[in-house]
Design a protein around this ligand. Structure first.
Ligand SMILES: [Zn+2]
Length: 248
């Protein structure tokens, strides 16, 4: 089945206060939740496709996490499978909506509600398929100089890593050696597609080269599986990006 609204999005603890929710369907993405150890607040990385929201909420419950505690959504880039879940989430949380954070082109597109950039026409899909209306939203623009701090343990640096899309960023936690690269690199030697609008193979190669120089244990990509052998995996993708291909 192409879209599977009800499937629970299975969660798994990666390390203390960090949880991974595996994509359950086509055009969805992996999501990561961090619990603030100082207060009852959750931060989520990427919004999924919206159809998977109920499944995410189910998966969260199983780990004793409540969606009502989500205060911030950090986006990795502007593509449909990472973004459109914010619309039903904001609707569900209209009394106490989370803040949306994004960088550069991604922030601009979401602020403007630019449907053609969020759902490129050449994908042959429409917002209706996700049961949503894309509309302009308030977005807080991320500043590459200001790390994203969550509680005592997490402080993510932000790097602009274009190639898959113009607004693609990577979140990096240097002490815990966590990398959240969106659709830049995946496990198994895979890497992001560069044939969407704003994509560039050269930029993708440079961006992967850049993260290949970071010390990474936990590689937490936008699709497929996660790995606790980050450096090894990124090195593999870095080699492969010089050959033809790309997946998401
Ligand atoms: Zn993408």
């Amino acid at each position: 089945m192409f879209f599977n609204r009800g499937a629970p999005k299975k969660g798994k603890k990666i390390i203390e206060n960090l949880f991974f929710f595996h994509e359950t369907q086509m055009l969805d993405c992996n999501q990561y939740i961090i619990k603030n150890d100082q207060k009852d607040e959750l931060v989520i990385f990427d919004a999924g496709n919206g159809l998977s929201l109920d499944g995410l909420i189910d998966g969260m419950k199983k780990l004793n996490l409540s969606y009502e505690d989500i205060t911030s959504v950090y986006l990795t880039h502007e593509h449909v499978d990472h973004v459109v879940g914010i619309y039903p989430l904001l609707e569900k949380m209209e009394n106490d909506p989370p803040t949306i954070f994004a960088f550069g082109e991604t922030a601009k597109i979401i602020r403007e509600g630019d449907q053609s950039k969020i759902i490129p026409g050449n994908l042959g899909i429409s917002p209706k398929m996700f049961g949503i209306n894309i509309k302009p939203l308030d977005v807080v623009e991320l500043d590459l100089e200001n790390p994203v701090k969550i509680g005592n343990d997490f402080s993510f640096k932000i790097y602009h890593t274009p190639g898959h899309s113009l607004g693609s960023i990577t979140y990096y936690e240097p002490n815990l050696k966590i990398l959240i690269p969106g659709d830049l690199v995946f496990t198994g030697g895979s890497f992001g597609r560069y044939d969407f609008p704003g994509g560039s193979l050269k930029k993708l190669q440079e961006s992967i080269e850049y993260v290949n120089n970071l010390d990474v244990t936990h590689l937490l990509p936008g699709h497929m599986g996660v790995s606790n052998k980050g450096n090894e995996q990124i090195k593999h993708s870095n080699r492969m990006v010089h050959s033809v291909g790309g997946f998401f």
